[in-house]
Design a protein around this ligand. Structure first.
Ligand code: LCS
Length: 407
């Protein structure tokens, strides 16, 4: 299978086979877990040649720099995104941090969307300024604001699409056209992995994911990945993985991700169908003020999402805000009661698991974001985020209905 051109087969075929060679020792179908920290050489000469990359093929020497199980995971991700190469990390934040360390230096300027995951927000507000890297925040969906923020030393634009937790869609092709070839466009596509969208094909230079979410898909492993050109991935690997932040995934986690990815196409389709059903239910619920889901025709992101997201798939996550004065309660108090009364959905952060997860961004995932910045990005105290799982959509809607009745 490895001889196939992945562009010649459908996503469902590619995602099962890409990256996986039959095991050279025994022909195992599933990629073995190479649970080892180091790799032995027959001779000093062989070791030196492997360190110097003089032997053709893949020759790991130490698992922080490379491991066969992790390499299979990287190659599957590169094929998934249509990129030339990929670098796997121990978590999504490992991917975010690696990209920053590899491609920015003191005196550079980077533009971040005004609403990103709380951990990434910390990188933008604290870690990068501490390193002498200038940071601007704009709504990257507003192209005029984006263009106005560009400086002579701007090296990178960074955004999530759809973003966490407002599910705002940013036009990747339009951003690339607006910033030009010398500024790297880095997209965190965690909320909508392939087959929902392929952001490299839209013009992004680099795509990264928290693998912890849909790509592993089972809520049992942290991971991250960065995909892009061979030259960029070489720079990333040289600057980060082996020298500075040392955050490779464990071989066991790489195995779990490879296992999870085999069902990515099936899972994602069901997540999206269920999310659409729940969004439609919430939209007509008398206690709900606004539903943020790009699949809804009422969403300001809908027209762009139809162009940018593929096959009528709009992702499995939605957010919604309750009306104020629901049974005399503020939207925040009503939201708390709703969450506390859910029976199927678990109150938890993270997303993309088979289990439906529901959380309160202002006090959980985005608690670290300054209150003014939170409100400016639309993250009100009454906002609820739901990662719609793989249960029956009917059961999920019934669960919401009974929880609304208990407010
Ligand atoms: N990027 C996005 C868009 C995320 O939502 C997250 C985590 C990360 C990167 C970091 O990935 P991690 O290191 O956790 O693998 N988002 C989380 C969330 O919304 N709830 O819990 C974690």
């Amino acid at each position: 299978m490895s001889k196939l051109d992945w562009n010649s087969v459908d996503f469902e075929t590619m995602i099962i086979h890409a990256g996986q060679e039959h095991d050279s020792a025994y022909g195992a179908l599933a990629t073995p877990i190479y649970q080892t920290s180091t790799f032995c050489f027959e001779t000093v000469e062989e070791g030196a040649a492997k360190f110097a990359n003089e032997i053709p093929g893949y020759h790991p020497v130490y698992t922080r720099g490379g491991n066969p199980t992790t390499r299979a995971f990287e190659l599957k991700c590169a094929a998934m995104e249509g990129g030339e190469d990929a670098v796997a990390t121990a978590s999504g934040m490992g991917a975010v941090g690696s990209v920053m360390l590899a491609f920015l230096k003191c005196g550079d300027h980077v533009i971040f969307d005004n609403s990103v995951y709380g951990g990434t927000n910390h990188v933008a507000t604290t870690n990068l300024p501490n390193l002498g890297i200038e940071v601007s925040r704009v709504d990257t969906a507003d192209l005029e604001a984006l263009k106005a923020a560009i400086r002579p030393n701007t090296k990178m634009v960074y955004f999530e699409t759809p973003n966490n937790p407002m599910i705002k869609v940013t036009d990747v092709a339009a951003v690339k056209a607006a910033v030009g070839k010398d500024i790297r466009v880095v997209v965190d596509a965690t909320f909508a992995p392939p087959p929902i969208q392929h952001v490299l094909k839209l013009g992004a230079d680099i795509v990264l994911h928290s693998i912890t979410k849909y790509i592993n898909g089972h809520g049992d492993a942290l991971g991250g990945v960065v995909v892009g050109s061979a030259a960029d991935m070489k720079q990333l690997r040289a600057n980060c993985m082996t020298k500075i932040n040392g955050c490779p995934p464990s071989p066991f986690n790489s195995y779990l991700v490879l296992r999870g990815m085999k069902t990515l196409a099936l899972r994602v389709e069901r997540h999206c169908q269920n999310a659409m059903a729940v969004a439609k239910y919430l939209e007509q619920n008398p206690y709900v003020k606004t539903v943020y889901y790009p699949g809804l025709e009422s969403s300001p992101s809908h027209e762009l999402a139809c162009r940018q997201m593929e096959n009528g798939l709009f992702g499995g996550i939605l957010s919604f805000e309750l009306k104020d004065d629901v049974k005399g309660l503020s939207s925040f108090e009503a939201g708390k009661k709703l969450l506390n009364n859910m029976k199927i959905a678990s109150i938890a952060v993270s997303l993309g698991d088979p289990d439906t997860l529901i959380e309160h961004p202002a006090s959980m995932t985005h608690a670290g974001v300054a209150p003014e910045a939170r409100l400016a990005a639309g993250i009100t105290d009454g906002l609820v985020r739901m990662s719609v799982g793989l249960e029956s959509a009917k059961d999920l809607i019934n669960d919401l209905e009974q929880a609304f009745e208990k407010i």
